[in-house]
Design a binder for this molecule. Sequence first.
Ligand code: AMP
Ligand code: ZN
Length: 436
Amino acid sequence: MDIQYWNREVETLDREGLARLQLKGLKETVDRALQTEFYKRRLQKTGIRSADDIRSLDDLKKIPYTTKNDLREAYPRGLLSVDTDRVVRLHTSSGTTGTPTVIYHTTEDLANWTELCARGIVATGSSNRDVFQNMMGYGLFTGGLGLHYGAETVGMLVIPSSSGNTARQLRLMKDFQTTVVHVTPSYMLHIQSRIEPEGYKREDLNLKKAYLGAEAYSESTRRKIEELMGIDAYNSYGMSEMNGPGVAFECVFKDSMHIWEDSYIVEMYDAARQRELGEDEEGELVLTTLRRTATPLLRYRSGDLTVLNGAPCRCGRTHRRIARIKGRTDDMLIINGVNVYPSQIESILMKIPEVGTNYQICIEKDGSLDRLTVKTEIYSKMFTGDVQVLEELKRRIREQMKAAILINPAVELHEPGGLPVYEGKAKRVFDTRPKD
Ligand code: AMP
Ligand code: ZN
């Protein structure tokens, strides 16, 4: 296979070279962090007064973790490390669950972010010959703008369609023969389900690849999308605190995501046991920025669960890989004492061929017990009027759930289009149990 790189030198740099870059980046980051009100206070107790106190990468361990809550408390300027006249953009989180968080960018920050996105795009085999339709929201959400500049830098023809308006998305895809889309997996499934109802055939489209990210999804969902659309789907990971998309991307081998270690120091943490983890152990991803100037973050706890993989990749990139994100630490559901992640339920559903492209997980209190209801769309050909067929399908879904997650849910079947559609990140879990 012909392997392409955007920045071959850095992407294939040996581990010693990467460690040298990391140490240099860490020293610079600590110096910048000390310019912020937040870290000036936070680092006081550690004895770190300047970059000179960082002599090896191990010195990072002296620094406490930074959490999302710290970012909220530092809102709006507590983590800004440069004069405002050097800042050219900011992104905030949606703030739907409380005080938002803010990340500032200088021109250099945007250039670095763009480079990381370009690396990811090229790693999937895309090039300036591709037509790139970016269906992620443009605006404060980083999904749109982030990859937009990466794609332009690679020289792709970029269609900034943003999220929503499915009929227009399909029309753009057909008229401009889009080859690559960037989209949430849930919206990709919805787009697929609308091809025929909107009057198109799959052959009208020239789609070859999808970059799927912004929400947790299972390998079965990737497979389903690949099979239904006849494309290659690549996992793309990022979060606004670390810029946005472009933090980690799958290469052509589609086997976990290379995380750019010249720009981030990767650590793993087991929050329940409060201990650090090594490679191959599942835990929370912790990242330190190395190249960011306006908002440096040290040991930021992402809340995302994954496994770090140090095995060499056939593509020749030396940056380690992270496994598909299982979910967020705060996504875990405890249903009648059983721990389950929504992605596990999704994974079972998407392997069942009759199951359509949309589903919901509902949990409510029923007396002293928790009751799980899985609502799922199924393909219209299943609605033949034969109740027995539907009952048999429900039974099969229940059995597979019981075998995999030890919970026997109620199952509701819906016609295609019967459940609400989300154009950005999908809301799948509806937990109405009283919080105590
Ligand atoms: P935001 O800061 O709004 O862009 O959200 C970032 C969060 O989206 C991450 O912390 C993850 O929880 C989630 N996310 C982004 N990309 C992926 C992905 N490829 N797989 C699973 N979750 C993802
Ligand atoms: Zn690779």
